[in-house]
Write a protein of this length. Sequence first.
Length: 463
Amino acid sequence: MELNDYIRILRQNWIIILAAVLLGIAAGAAYSIAQTPLYNSTAKVFVSTSNGSTIGELQQGSTFTQQRVKTYADLATTPIVLLPVISDLQLDLTPEALASKVTAAALPDTTIIAIAVTDRDPALAAQIATGVSESLTKVVESVETTEVSEEAASPVRLTLVQHAAVPQTPFSPNVPLNLVLGGLVGLAVGIGIAVLRATLDTRIRSERDVELITDTPVIGGIVFDPKAPERPLIVHADPHSPRAESFRALRTNLQFLEPGRTERSFAFTSSIESEGKTTTAANLAIALADAGSRVLLVDADLRRPKVAAYVGIEGAVGLTDLLIGNAELQDVIQRWGRNEMYILPAGRVPPNPSELLGSRKMSEVVAELDRVFDVVLFDAPPLLPVTDAALLSRAVGGAILVVAAGRAHRGQVKGAFDVLQNVDAPVSGVVLTMLPAKGPDAYAYGRYGYGYGYGYAPKETVG
Protein backbone atom coordinates (compact mmCIF):
# COMPACT_ATOMS: atom_id res chain seq x y z
CA MET A 1 0.00 0.00 0.00
CA GLU A 2 1.14 3.52 -0.80
CA LEU A 3 0.83 6.68 1.28
CA ASN A 4 -2.27 7.76 -0.65
CA ASP A 5 -3.92 4.45 0.23
CA TYR A 6 -3.35 5.03 3.94
CA ILE A 7 -4.64 8.60 3.66
CA ARG A 8 -7.74 7.30 1.90
CA ILE A 9 -8.26 4.70 4.63
CA LEU A 10 -8.01 7.37 7.33
CA ARG A 11 -10.46 9.62 5.50
CA GLN A 12 -12.89 6.75 4.99
CA ASN A 13 -12.83 5.73 8.64
CA TRP A 14 -12.41 9.09 10.37
CA ILE A 15 -15.68 8.65 12.26
CA ILE A 16 -14.51 5.31 13.69
CA ILE A 17 -11.11 6.79 14.59
CA LEU A 18 -12.71 9.82 16.24
CA ALA A 19 -15.12 7.60 18.17
CA ALA A 20 -12.23 5.42 19.36
CA VAL A 21 -10.29 8.50 20.51
CA LEU A 22 -13.32 9.83 22.41
CA LEU A 23 -13.91 6.43 23.99
CA GLY A 24 -10.24 6.29 25.00
CA ILE A 25 -10.47 9.72 26.61
CA ALA A 26 -13.70 8.71 28.35
CA ALA A 27 -12.01 5.55 29.63
CA GLY A 28 -9.11 7.63 30.94
CA ALA A 29 -11.53 9.96 32.67
CA ALA A 30 -13.50 7.07 34.18
CA TYR A 31 -10.29 5.48 35.43
CA SER A 32 -9.22 8.76 37.01
CA ILE A 33 -12.58 9.20 38.72
CA ALA A 34 -12.53 5.62 40.03
CA GLN A 35 -9.09 6.05 41.61
CA THR A 36 -8.72 7.28 45.20
CA PRO A 37 -6.70 10.52 45.27
CA LEU A 38 -3.24 10.01 46.77
CA TYR A 39 -1.02 12.80 48.12
CA ASN A 40 2.76 12.81 48.16
CA SER A 41 4.92 14.71 50.65
CA THR A 42 8.73 14.78 50.75
CA ALA A 43 11.29 15.57 53.44
CA LYS A 44 15.05 15.83 52.88
CA VAL A 45 17.89 14.74 55.16
CA PHE A 46 21.48 15.95 54.75
CA VAL A 47 24.26 13.49 55.59
CA SER A 48 27.64 14.83 56.71
CA THR A 49 30.82 13.62 58.46
CA SER A 50 33.24 15.17 60.94
CA ASN A 51 35.52 17.78 59.39
CA GLY A 52 39.10 16.67 58.72
CA SER A 53 42.19 18.75 59.25
CA THR A 54 43.87 17.89 55.92
CA ILE A 55 42.74 17.65 52.28
CA GLY A 56 43.19 13.88 52.34
CA GLU A 57 40.97 13.55 55.40
CA LEU A 58 38.31 15.74 53.80
CA GLN A 59 38.36 13.64 50.64
CA GLN A 60 38.14 10.40 52.60
CA GLY A 61 35.26 11.82 54.60
CA SER A 62 33.37 12.81 51.42
CA THR A 63 33.84 9.35 49.89
CA PHE A 64 32.76 7.72 53.14
CA THR A 65 29.62 9.85 53.28
CA GLN A 66 28.53 9.05 49.70
CA GLN A 67 28.97 5.35 50.36
CA ARG A 68 26.91 5.59 53.53
CA VAL A 69 24.07 7.60 51.98
CA LYS A 70 22.71 4.62 50.00
CA THR A 71 22.81 2.48 53.12
CA TYR A 72 20.90 5.07 55.13
CA ALA A 73 18.30 5.36 52.37
CA ASP A 74 17.66 1.60 52.58
CA LEU A 75 17.54 1.86 56.37
CA ALA A 76 14.60 4.32 56.20
CA THR A 77 12.06 1.57 55.39
CA THR A 78 13.16 -0.90 58.07
CA PRO A 79 11.17 -1.59 61.26
CA ILE A 80 13.87 -0.02 63.49
CA VAL A 81 13.05 3.35 61.86
CA LEU A 82 9.31 2.87 61.27
CA LEU A 83 8.23 1.48 64.66
CA PRO A 84 8.95 4.75 66.53
CA VAL A 85 6.96 6.64 63.86
CA ILE A 86 3.99 4.30 64.26
CA SER A 87 4.14 4.79 68.03
CA ASP A 88 4.49 8.59 67.94
CA LEU A 89 1.72 9.13 65.39
CA GLN A 90 -0.44 6.30 66.77
CA LEU A 91 -0.84 4.72 63.34
CA ASP A 92 -2.93 1.60 62.90
CA LEU A 93 -0.34 0.12 60.55
CA THR A 94 2.27 -2.59 60.63
CA PRO A 95 5.87 -1.74 59.71
CA GLU A 96 5.40 -3.57 56.40
CA ALA A 97 2.24 -1.59 55.58
CA LEU A 98 3.94 1.68 56.43
CA ALA A 99 7.03 0.72 54.45
CA SER A 100 4.82 0.38 51.31
CA LYS A 101 3.95 4.09 51.67
CA VAL A 102 7.55 5.27 52.17
CA THR A 103 10.14 5.78 49.44
CA ALA A 104 13.71 6.83 50.34
CA ALA A 105 16.34 7.55 47.73
CA ALA A 106 19.72 9.26 47.64
CA LEU A 107 19.73 12.19 45.22
CA PRO A 108 22.38 11.72 42.50
CA ASP A 109 25.82 13.24 43.18
CA THR A 110 24.74 14.55 46.58
CA THR A 111 24.67 13.41 50.20
CA ILE A 112 20.95 14.19 50.54
CA ILE A 113 18.28 11.58 51.14
CA ALA A 114 14.77 12.35 49.92
CA ILE A 115 12.07 10.59 51.93
CA ALA A 116 8.67 10.61 50.21
CA VAL A 117 5.41 9.36 51.67
CA THR A 118 2.18 8.68 49.74
CA ASP A 119 -1.16 8.60 51.55
CA ARG A 120 -4.83 9.43 51.10
CA ASP A 121 -4.56 12.12 53.84
CA PRO A 122 -2.22 14.96 52.77
CA ALA A 123 -1.58 16.10 56.34
CA LEU A 124 -0.80 12.57 57.49
CA ALA A 125 1.57 12.09 54.56
CA ALA A 126 3.54 15.17 55.65
CA GLN A 127 3.60 14.00 59.29
CA ILE A 128 4.85 10.55 58.34
CA ALA A 129 7.58 11.95 56.05
CA THR A 130 8.85 14.26 58.79
CA GLY A 131 8.56 11.50 61.41
CA VAL A 132 10.53 9.00 59.30
CA SER A 133 13.23 11.62 58.67
CA GLU A 134 13.58 12.39 62.38
CA SER A 135 13.55 8.69 63.32
CA LEU A 136 16.21 7.91 60.69
CA THR A 137 18.41 10.69 62.12
CA LYS A 138 18.22 9.20 65.62
CA VAL A 139 18.72 5.61 64.46
CA VAL A 140 21.79 6.45 62.38
CA GLU A 141 23.32 8.47 65.20
CA SER A 142 22.72 5.60 67.60
CA VAL A 143 24.09 2.96 65.24
CA GLU A 144 27.17 4.91 64.20
CA THR A 145 27.99 5.84 67.82
CA THR A 146 27.78 2.19 68.86
CA GLU A 147 30.06 1.13 66.01
CA VAL A 148 32.78 3.67 66.95
CA SER A 149 32.56 3.55 70.73
CA GLU A 150 29.96 4.39 73.26
CA GLU A 151 32.07 7.29 74.62
CA ALA A 152 33.09 8.84 71.26
CA ALA A 153 30.77 11.00 69.17
CA SER A 154 29.35 9.65 65.91
CA PRO A 155 31.45 10.60 62.87
CA VAL A 156 28.25 10.81 60.77
CA ARG A 157 25.60 13.41 61.23
CA LEU A 158 22.10 13.52 59.70
CA THR A 159 20.27 16.84 59.59
CA LEU A 160 16.65 17.38 58.60
CA VAL A 161 17.06 20.21 56.08
CA GLN A 162 13.54 20.19 54.59
CA HIS A 163 10.43 19.46 56.55
CA ALA A 164 7.62 17.79 54.66
CA ALA A 165 4.91 20.22 53.53
CA VAL A 166 1.23 19.41 53.31
CA PRO A 167 0.48 18.86 49.56
CA GLN A 168 -2.43 20.82 48.12
CA THR A 169 -3.04 18.74 45.00
CA PRO A 170 -3.15 14.96 44.68
CA PHE A 171 -0.15 13.09 43.34
CA SER A 172 -2.34 10.40 41.83
CA PRO A 173 -4.37 10.01 39.67
CA ASN A 174 -2.70 12.20 37.08
CA VAL A 175 -5.85 13.21 35.23
CA PRO A 176 -4.22 15.03 32.25
CA LEU A 177 -1.81 12.15 31.70
CA ASN A 178 -4.61 9.57 31.89
CA LEU A 179 -6.69 11.53 29.39
CA VAL A 180 -3.77 11.83 26.97
CA LEU A 181 -2.87 8.16 27.30
CA GLY A 182 -6.51 7.18 26.85
CA GLY A 183 -6.74 9.31 23.72
CA LEU A 184 -3.51 7.83 22.30
CA VAL A 185 -4.68 4.28 23.00
CA GLY A 186 -8.03 5.08 21.38
CA LEU A 187 -6.24 6.58 18.37
CA ALA A 188 -4.11 3.47 17.97
CA VAL A 189 -7.17 1.21 18.27
CA GLY A 190 -9.13 3.34 15.80
CA ILE A 191 -6.35 3.29 13.22
CA GLY A 192 -5.96 -0.45 13.74
CA ILE A 193 -9.67 -0.99 13.12
CA ALA A 194 -9.53 1.21 10.01
CA VAL A 195 -6.57 -0.67 8.55
CA LEU A 196 -8.19 -4.02 9.42
CA ARG A 197 -11.42 -2.99 7.70
CA ALA A 198 -9.49 -1.93 4.61
CA THR A 199 -7.57 -5.21 4.61
CA LEU A 200 -10.72 -7.32 4.93
CA ASP A 201 -12.70 -5.19 2.46
CA THR A 202 -12.33 -6.84 -0.96
CA ARG A 203 -14.64 -4.49 -2.83
CA ILE A 204 -13.36 -2.56 -5.81
CA ARG A 205 -13.22 1.11 -4.84
CA SER A 206 -10.65 2.71 -7.09
CA GLU A 207 -8.71 2.35 -10.30
CA ARG A 208 -5.77 1.08 -8.26
CA ASP A 209 -7.88 -1.90 -7.11
CA VAL A 210 -8.52 -2.78 -10.75
CA GLU A 211 -4.81 -2.45 -11.58
CA LEU A 212 -4.04 -5.06 -8.92
CA ILE A 213 -6.18 -7.56 -10.85
CA THR A 214 -5.49 -6.86 -14.51
CA ASP A 215 -3.37 -4.86 -16.94
CA THR A 216 -6.46 -3.97 -18.96
CA PRO A 217 -6.77 -0.17 -19.07
CA VAL A 218 -9.51 1.72 -17.28
CA ILE A 219 -11.01 3.80 -20.07
CA GLY A 220 -13.64 5.70 -18.11
CA GLY A 221 -15.37 6.35 -14.84
CA ILE A 222 -19.00 7.25 -14.29
CA VAL A 223 -19.99 9.14 -11.16
CA PHE A 224 -22.78 7.78 -8.97
CA ASP A 225 -26.15 9.46 -9.41
CA PRO A 226 -28.89 8.63 -6.88
CA LYS A 227 -31.45 9.73 -9.48
CA ALA A 228 -30.11 7.36 -12.16
CA PRO A 229 -33.17 5.03 -12.00
CA GLU A 230 -35.40 8.04 -12.73
CA ARG A 231 -33.27 9.36 -15.60
CA PRO A 232 -31.02 6.56 -16.89
CA LEU A 233 -30.29 8.35 -20.20
CA ILE A 234 -28.54 11.31 -18.59
CA VAL A 235 -26.73 12.33 -21.79
CA HIS A 236 -30.13 12.85 -23.38
CA ALA A 237 -32.00 14.18 -20.33
CA ASP A 238 -29.32 16.54 -18.98
CA PRO A 239 -26.44 16.83 -21.47
CA HIS A 240 -24.68 19.57 -19.49
CA SER A 241 -24.44 17.63 -16.23
CA PRO A 242 -21.05 16.40 -14.92
CA ARG A 243 -22.27 12.81 -15.21
CA ALA A 244 -23.05 13.30 -18.89
CA GLU A 245 -19.55 14.70 -19.31
CA SER A 246 -18.21 11.44 -17.90
CA PHE A 247 -19.85 9.55 -20.78
CA ARG A 248 -18.36 11.96 -23.30
CA ALA A 249 -14.94 11.36 -21.78
CA LEU A 250 -15.59 7.63 -22.17
CA ARG A 251 -16.57 8.24 -25.81
CA THR A 252 -13.26 9.97 -26.45
CA ASN A 253 -11.23 7.17 -24.88
CA LEU A 254 -13.20 4.54 -26.80
CA GLN A 255 -12.32 6.21 -30.09
CA PHE A 256 -8.61 5.79 -29.33
CA LEU A 257 -9.03 2.21 -28.11
CA GLU A 258 -7.47 -0.54 -30.23
CA PRO A 259 -6.77 1.62 -33.31
CA GLY A 260 -5.56 -1.44 -35.27
CA ARG A 261 -8.96 -3.16 -35.06
CA THR A 262 -11.19 -2.09 -37.94
CA GLU A 263 -14.41 -3.45 -36.41
CA ARG A 264 -15.76 -1.10 -33.73
CA SER A 265 -18.05 -3.57 -31.96
CA PHE A 266 -17.96 -3.95 -28.19
CA ALA A 267 -19.89 -6.15 -25.79
CA PHE A 268 -20.71 -4.38 -22.52
CA THR A 269 -20.84 -6.82 -19.64
CA SER A 270 -20.10 -7.05 -15.93
CA SER A 271 -19.23 -9.64 -13.34
CA ILE A 272 -22.56 -9.48 -11.47
CA GLU A 273 -25.93 -7.80 -11.83
CA SER A 274 -26.76 -4.12 -11.20
CA GLU A 275 -23.37 -2.67 -12.05
CA GLY A 276 -24.71 -0.19 -14.61
CA LYS A 277 -23.71 -1.88 -17.87
CA THR A 278 -26.99 -1.16 -19.69
CA THR A 279 -27.02 2.49 -18.59
CA THR A 280 -23.37 2.85 -19.61
CA ALA A 281 -23.89 1.31 -23.04
CA ALA A 282 -27.03 3.40 -23.74
CA ASN A 283 -25.51 6.73 -22.69
CA LEU A 284 -22.29 5.99 -24.56
CA ALA A 285 -24.32 5.25 -27.71
CA ILE A 286 -26.07 8.62 -27.39
CA ALA A 287 -22.75 10.39 -26.88
CA LEU A 288 -21.27 8.70 -29.95
CA ALA A 289 -24.30 9.62 -32.03
CA ASP A 290 -24.05 13.24 -30.86
CA ALA A 291 -20.45 13.26 -32.17
CA GLY A 292 -21.66 12.26 -35.64
CA SER A 293 -21.11 8.48 -35.57
CA ARG A 294 -23.60 5.99 -36.99
CA VAL A 295 -24.26 3.92 -33.86
CA LEU A 296 -26.26 0.80 -33.15
CA LEU A 297 -27.18 -0.26 -29.62
CA VAL A 298 -28.03 -3.96 -29.47
CA ASP A 299 -29.86 -5.45 -26.51
CA ALA A 300 -28.09 -8.82 -26.32
CA ASP A 301 -29.31 -9.57 -22.82
CA LEU A 302 -31.79 -12.22 -23.87
CA ARG A 303 -32.69 -13.06 -20.25
CA ARG A 304 -33.57 -9.67 -18.78
CA PRO A 305 -33.68 -7.11 -21.63
CA LYS A 306 -33.86 -3.48 -20.53
CA VAL A 307 -32.80 -1.33 -23.48
CA ALA A 308 -36.28 -1.02 -25.01
CA ALA A 309 -37.72 0.16 -21.71
CA TYR A 310 -34.88 2.66 -21.22
CA VAL A 311 -35.24 4.29 -24.62
CA GLY A 312 -39.02 3.96 -24.75
CA ILE A 313 -39.54 1.82 -27.87
CA GLU A 314 -41.44 -1.35 -28.68
CA GLY A 315 -39.25 -4.37 -27.98
CA ALA A 316 -41.48 -7.31 -28.87
CA VAL A 317 -39.53 -8.02 -32.05
CA GLY A 318 -35.77 -7.92 -32.11
CA LEU A 319 -32.54 -9.90 -32.00
CA THR A 320 -34.10 -13.27 -31.21
CA ASP A 321 -36.38 -13.01 -34.26
CA LEU A 322 -33.38 -12.14 -36.40
CA LEU A 323 -31.34 -15.10 -35.11
CA ILE A 324 -34.08 -17.69 -35.72
CA GLY A 325 -34.85 -16.32 -39.17
CA ASN A 326 -38.28 -14.82 -38.51
CA ALA A 327 -37.24 -11.30 -39.47
CA GLU A 328 -34.72 -9.39 -41.54
CA LEU A 329 -32.22 -6.84 -40.23
CA GLN A 330 -34.10 -3.84 -41.60
CA ASP A 331 -37.29 -5.07 -39.97
CA VAL A 332 -36.01 -5.12 -36.38
CA ILE A 333 -33.72 -2.07 -36.22
CA GLN A 334 -35.36 1.16 -35.04
CA ARG A 335 -33.99 4.67 -35.33
CA TRP A 336 -33.94 6.69 -32.12
CA GLY A 337 -33.51 10.41 -31.61
CA ARG A 338 -32.47 13.09 -34.07
CA ASN A 339 -29.00 11.69 -34.81
CA GLU A 340 -27.74 8.52 -36.46
CA MET A 341 -28.53 6.30 -33.50
CA TYR A 342 -30.35 2.99 -33.94
CA ILE A 343 -31.69 0.40 -31.52
CA LEU A 344 -31.93 -3.35 -31.96
CA PRO A 345 -34.10 -4.63 -29.07
CA ALA A 346 -33.81 -8.12 -27.67
CA GLY A 347 -37.22 -9.34 -28.81
CA ARG A 348 -38.91 -12.27 -27.12
CA VAL A 349 -37.01 -14.03 -24.31
CA PRO A 350 -35.91 -17.42 -25.71
CA PRO A 351 -35.47 -20.65 -23.74
CA ASN A 352 -31.89 -21.07 -25.03
CA PRO A 353 -30.15 -17.66 -25.02
CA SER A 354 -26.62 -19.12 -24.73
CA GLU A 355 -27.08 -21.26 -27.83
CA LEU A 356 -28.45 -18.34 -29.84
CA LEU A 357 -25.63 -15.93 -28.86
CA GLY A 358 -22.98 -18.57 -29.54
CA SER A 359 -24.48 -19.67 -32.85
CA ARG A 360 -23.03 -19.25 -36.32
CA LYS A 361 -25.95 -17.00 -37.20
CA MET A 362 -24.93 -14.60 -34.44
CA SER A 363 -21.41 -14.33 -35.89
CA GLU A 364 -22.94 -13.52 -39.28
CA VAL A 365 -25.16 -10.86 -37.72
CA VAL A 366 -22.17 -9.27 -35.95
CA ALA A 367 -20.23 -9.15 -39.22
CA GLU A 368 -23.16 -7.55 -41.04
CA LEU A 369 -23.66 -4.94 -38.31
CA ASP A 370 -19.95 -4.07 -38.39
CA ARG A 371 -20.28 -3.43 -42.11
CA VAL A 372 -23.33 -1.16 -41.81
CA PHE A 373 -22.55 0.89 -38.66
CA ASP A 374 -19.56 2.87 -37.44
CA VAL A 375 -19.90 1.60 -33.87
CA VAL A 376 -21.96 -1.29 -32.51
CA LEU A 377 -22.52 -1.63 -28.76
CA PHE A 378 -23.93 -4.89 -27.38
CA ASP A 379 -25.55 -4.91 -23.95
CA ALA A 380 -24.74 -8.40 -22.65
CA PRO A 381 -25.69 -10.29 -19.45
CA PRO A 382 -23.30 -10.55 -16.47
CA LEU A 383 -20.43 -13.02 -16.84
CA LEU A 384 -20.54 -14.97 -13.60
CA PRO A 385 -24.19 -16.10 -13.51
CA VAL A 386 -24.37 -17.19 -17.18
CA THR A 387 -22.07 -17.82 -20.16
CA ASP A 388 -23.97 -15.62 -22.65
CA ALA A 389 -21.61 -12.65 -22.44
CA ALA A 390 -18.47 -14.75 -22.82
CA LEU A 391 -19.77 -16.30 -26.04
CA LEU A 392 -20.94 -12.94 -27.38
CA SER A 393 -17.63 -11.22 -26.48
CA ARG A 394 -15.70 -13.79 -28.49
CA ALA A 395 -17.96 -13.24 -31.50
CA VAL A 396 -17.80 -9.45 -31.21
CA GLY A 397 -14.04 -9.32 -30.74
CA GLY A 398 -13.89 -6.97 -27.77
CA ALA A 399 -15.50 -6.78 -24.35
CA ILE A 400 -15.90 -3.73 -22.10
CA LEU A 401 -16.12 -4.84 -18.47
CA VAL A 402 -18.25 -2.56 -16.32
CA VAL A 403 -17.22 -2.58 -12.64
CA ALA A 404 -19.33 -0.85 -9.99
CA ALA A 405 -17.19 0.82 -7.33
CA GLY A 406 -18.18 -0.29 -3.85
CA ARG A 407 -20.33 -3.15 -5.15
CA ALA A 408 -18.17 -5.59 -7.09
CA HIS A 409 -15.56 -7.58 -5.17
CA ARG A 410 -12.05 -8.30 -6.37
CA GLY A 411 -12.75 -12.03 -6.56
CA GLN A 412 -15.81 -11.42 -8.73
CA VAL A 413 -13.96 -9.12 -11.12
CA LYS A 414 -11.05 -11.55 -11.34
CA GLY A 415 -13.55 -14.35 -12.00
CA ALA A 416 -15.06 -12.31 -14.84
CA PHE A 417 -11.65 -11.89 -16.45
CA ASP A 418 -11.01 -15.62 -16.06
CA VAL A 419 -14.29 -16.46 -17.80
CA LEU A 420 -13.37 -14.27 -20.77
CA GLN A 421 -9.86 -15.69 -20.87
CA ASN A 422 -11.17 -19.26 -20.92
CA VAL A 423 -13.01 -18.59 -24.18
CA ASP A 424 -10.22 -16.42 -25.67
CA ALA A 425 -12.44 -13.36 -25.64
CA PRO A 426 -10.34 -10.16 -25.63
CA VAL A 427 -11.11 -7.46 -23.05
CA SER A 428 -10.75 -4.01 -24.57
CA GLY A 429 -11.13 -1.95 -21.41
CA VAL A 430 -12.72 -1.43 -18.00
CA VAL A 431 -15.29 1.20 -17.06
CA LEU A 432 -15.74 2.11 -13.40
CA THR A 433 -19.29 3.06 -12.49
CA MET A 434 -21.01 4.36 -9.35
CA LEU A 435 -17.94 6.36 -8.38
CA PRO A 436 -18.58 8.49 -5.26
CA ALA A 437 -19.39 12.11 -5.95
CA LYS A 438 -17.76 13.24 -2.70
CA GLY A 439 -15.84 11.84 0.22
CA PRO A 440 -12.43 10.19 0.54
CA ASP A 441 -12.76 8.09 -2.62
CA ALA A 442 -13.79 10.97 -4.87
CA TYR A 443 -10.39 12.66 -5.11
CA ALA A 444 -8.88 10.05 -7.44
CA TYR A 445 -11.52 10.32 -10.13
CA GLY A 446 -11.31 13.96 -11.18
CA ARG A 447 -9.77 13.05 -14.51
CA TYR A 448 -12.99 11.31 -15.60
CA GLY A 449 -14.87 14.60 -15.78
CA TYR A 450 -14.80 18.28 -14.84
CA GLY A 451 -16.46 17.88 -11.46
CA TYR A 452 -19.14 16.01 -9.62
CA GLY A 453 -21.08 18.70 -7.81
CA TYR A 454 -24.56 18.47 -9.24
CA GLY A 455 -24.99 22.19 -8.95
CA TYR A 456 -22.12 22.74 -11.39
CA ALA A 457 -22.77 22.57 -15.10
CA PRO A 458 -19.68 22.76 -17.33
CA LYS A 459 -19.95 23.72 -20.97
CA GLU A 460 -20.48 20.83 -23.32
CA THR A 461 -17.46 19.95 -25.40
CA VAL A 462 -17.61 18.84 -28.99
CA GLY A 463 -15.71 15.79 -30.18
